[in-house]
Design a binder for this molecule. Structure first.
Ligand code: NAD
Length: 415
């Protein structure tokens, strides 16, 4: 017995009937999503506290208000984003109409992880709904309390003929992936990203993969160690280090390390007190299993010594392309050199993940850290097929007939 077949059939029928296409319908879904966030903010904050010991401040800035501002942006711009985009024409198409139409893919699957369980489900959902798709949402089974709110409360705010939340871990998600979707948006580990991409390949389904990776943070000798330490400590320990764009290691000279270590200790003590375990501001690792695994996805910050900027750049370039890369220096040229001589999904000079606060920037990886991007209008474009359209003039056959055989040297000259 296939537990997903009925749900998927229902959603496909709604899409085929054109239910999700009108702008009014899309806007109503987005407004419903906004109401869900407003009316259940406290419930979500409590769920995030139960799952990750997330403070109300971190829940607000990195989960709830970021989702709300994506909704607001999409609502403000929906009609402009949906508009056909006129494109330049050549001599042969002067009398015609040429444009790109953004059309919904159809049935979209969004698979989310547990570390930002509201943000990483709802922000892609905003893009998928705005683009006029039917959506199946699969939250993570590890963030159980948030998963419960998303499964039990969220559907009441959306049209259930076009939207469904499905639950499960690897086995159920594997079963779900046997079905054909028209687009799959996955956020999670590179290991599972490969599983998702293989399953999608069987149906030739396009994917966005938002994956992980080890994000370097170069700290130049020419810097104020306390300012750097404050910024690095904040974004390393935010969500207890369980952030895909957090710096995974610092690259600096032994001299800078000596100045940085006491500054980091001072920042950590100021942020979380003498006994961080009793701090209401420090979260928790999601589960024992995640605590035990080797991969560092938590509040640990290795420091790797390098003798020069060249060595740091070489160290970065010998590894997989990271999701994010950071460089700290009072010398702008140093920051610009790191930017110019490396590659990563995103880059921020002299701070942590502040680039994520700009919905005018795409968010996504490159190489092993992922493919595709979203946020703001990039989300709408990700969930839309860009259909190339040319509407030809039905007359003018005499002029157009120059392209037909029999060909001749004269016809070639006219071209
Ligand atoms: P994960 O890959 O284990 O799980 C992600 C989702 O895939 C979950 O919904 C899970 O149920 C499902 N899943 C797990 N195993 C599966 C399988 N075998 N077949 C099908 N589906 C399966 O990731 P996670 O532990 O939930 O999240 C942490 C990872 O996500 C880290 O590697 C982190 O770097 C990455 N991440 C990336 C971003 C980004 O935006 N690029 C954001 C957050 C987290």
């Amino acid at each position: 017995m296939d537990p997903f077949a009925d749900t998927l059939r229902r959603l496909r029928e709604a899409f085929s009937a054109g239910r999700t296409r009108p702008a009014e319908f899309r806007a109503a879904q987005l407004r419903g999503l906004g109401r869900f966030l407003q009316e259940h903010k406290q419930l979500l904050q409590e769920a995030l506290a139960q799952d990750l010991h997330k403070s109300a401040f971190e829940s607000e800035v990195s989960e709830i208000s970021i989702s709300q501002s994506e909704i607001n942006l999409a609502l403000r711009n929906l009609r402009a984003w949906m508009k056909d985009e006129k494109v330049p024409k050549n001599l042969a198409t002067q009398l015609d109409s040429a444009f790109i139409r953004k059309e919904p893919f159809g049935l979209v699957l969004v698979i989310a992880p547990w570390n930002y369980p509201v943000n990483l489900t709802l922000v892609p959902l905003v893009g998928a709904l705005a683009a006029g798709n039917c959506v199946v949402l699969k939250p993570s089974e590890f963030s159980r309390s948030t998963e419960k709110v998303l499964a039990e409360v969220l559907p009441r705010y959306l049209d259930q003929s076009c939207f469904a939340v499905v639950l499960g871990g690897p086995q159920e998600t594997g079963q779900l992936l046997e079905h054909k979707f028209d687009y799959i948006f996955f956020t999670g580990s590179p290991r599972v990203g490969r599983i998702v991409m293989s399953a999608a390949a069987k149906h030739l389904t396009p994917v966005t993969l938002e994956l992980g990776g080890k994000n370097p943070c170069y700290v130049d000798d020419n810097c104020d160690p306390q300012t750097v330490a404050n910024r690095v400590a904040w974004f390393r320990y935010f969500n207890t280090g369980q952030t895909c764009v957090a710096p995974d290691y610092v690259l600096c000279s032994p001299d800078t390390q000596e100045r940085l270590l006491p500054a980091l200790q001072s920042a950590i003590t100021r942020f979380y007190g003498e006994d961080p375990r009793s701090s209401p501001n420090l979260g928790r690792i999601i589960s024992d299993k995640h605590f035990q695994r080797e991969e560092i996805f938590g509040p640990i910050l290795p420091i790797v010594n390098v003798r020069s900027l060249d060595e740091a750049i070489d160290f970065i370039n010998r590894r997989e392309k990271p999701l994010a890369l950071y460089a700290f220096s009072n010398n702008k040229q140093v920051v610009k050199r790191v930017l110019a001589q490396t590659s990563s999904g995103s880059f921020c000079g002299n701070d942590g993940f502040m680039h994520l606060t700009l919905d005018s920037l795409p968010f996504g990886g490159v190489g092993a850290s992922g493919m595709g991007s979203y946020h703001g209008k990039f989300s709408f474009d990700t969930f839309s097929h860009h259909r190339a359209c040319l509407l030809r003039c039905p007359g003018m056959e005499k002029i157009y007939s120059i392209r037909y055989p029999p060909y001749s040297p004269r016809k070639l000259r006219v071209l």
